[in-house]
Design a protein around this ligand. Structure first.
Ligand code: PAF
Length: 287
């Protein structure tokens, strides 16, 4: 059974007890509506740490005014069952009023410059500041040894890693591979918004990523042309692409002449639902 705690003093006491017993703490920050991707994080945390805490908090600070904060799925009862099955020790379900007692406007924010304004950050200004701020708060509250994130949100993981490095936060981060449906569609809490037709359209996202990755593995290096090709494919599948970029995996900046370790990042709308995905690919280095 996963123990539910919803106040900060309870969390602090529980984790202090664990630390006293020299038990390592693994943290899995989530916004709930848990799926197999989240379960894989909990299972990895459980395999590597003595005590695992999952946090469930739909963070208003990372949603823009016209985004899906209000309709974001909140499914605590089912989430608790999934966490128990995955062997999670505790779930922390704080209230917004406890995390942001002075309100969102007055909240001190953490901002990783430039990287937070690219790709998803361009369409969602302020989004990564909201993510970094809540993640930093959750780290400070729980002081984990290790924190686990899914690599479906590749840009998010890169930015959190930069924050941890820049601010010398004393923990280790683990990024784990995207879990996919049989169709290739990346597991996401937002998949539940898709009707059957949109679900079919959305499978083109991973298919397109794979096709572009194949071109790159075959030696193609005209990244702009590949991006245009990908956007056209997404559109032809009935999606409304937001962006498709070939990105240098070391810097997260657009790939350039010397870039060989790459990640393809994309976001596209199926109906009104915005989905993101990525694949990593290495471009062959000429002999
Ligand atoms: O990836 C998510 O679910 C969220 O962005 C996170 C990291 C839990 C912060 O709210």
């Amino acid at each position: 059974m996963t123990l539910q705690i919803d106040t900060l003093p309870q969390l602090k006491q529980l984790l202090a007890e664990q630390r006293q017993q020299r038990r390592t703490i693994g943290l899995v920050p989530t916004m709930g509506n848990l799926h197999a991707g989240h379960a894989s994080l909990v299972l990895a945390a459980k395999a590597q740490c003595d005590f695992v805490v999952t946090t469930i908090f739909v963070n208003p600070l990372q949603f823009g005014p016209n985004e899906d904060f209000a309709r974001y799925p909140r499914t605590l009862a089912a989430d608790k069952v999934a966490l128990s099955e995955a062997g999670c020790d505790a779930v922390f379900t704080p209230a917004a009023s406890d995390l942001y007692p002075a309100g969102l406007e007055q909240q001190t924010r953490i901002s990783v410059p430039h990287l937070s304004t690219l790709y998803c950050g361009k369409t969602r200004p302020g989004h990564f500041d909201g993510v970094c701020t809540i993640v930093c708060k959750l780290f400070n509250m729980s002081q984990p040894d290790v924190a686990y994130f899914g690599l479906k949100d590749f840009q998010q993981f890169f930015i959190i890693s930069r924050m941890v490095e820049d601010l010398q936060m004393p923990l280790r981060l683990v990024g784990l591979p995207t879990i996919r449906e049989a169709t290739g569609l990346a597991m996401s809490s937002r998949n539940g918004f898709l009707n059957a037709e949109q679900h079919g359209q959305a499978t083109a996202i991973h298919a397109t990523l794979q096709q572009v990755a194949e071109h790159i593995r075959g030696g193609e290096r005209d990244f702009q042309q590949l991006e245009q090709l990908a956007l056209a494919k997404l559109q032809a599948a009935g999606l409304r692409p937001d962006y498709f970029h070939v990105v240098d995996r070391q810097s997260l900046l657009p790939a350039h002449g010397q870039s060989h370790q790459l990640v393809l990042l994309t976001a596209a709308y199926a109906g009104t639902t915005r989905l993101i995905d990525n694949v990593t690919v290495d471009s062959p280095v000429p002999a």
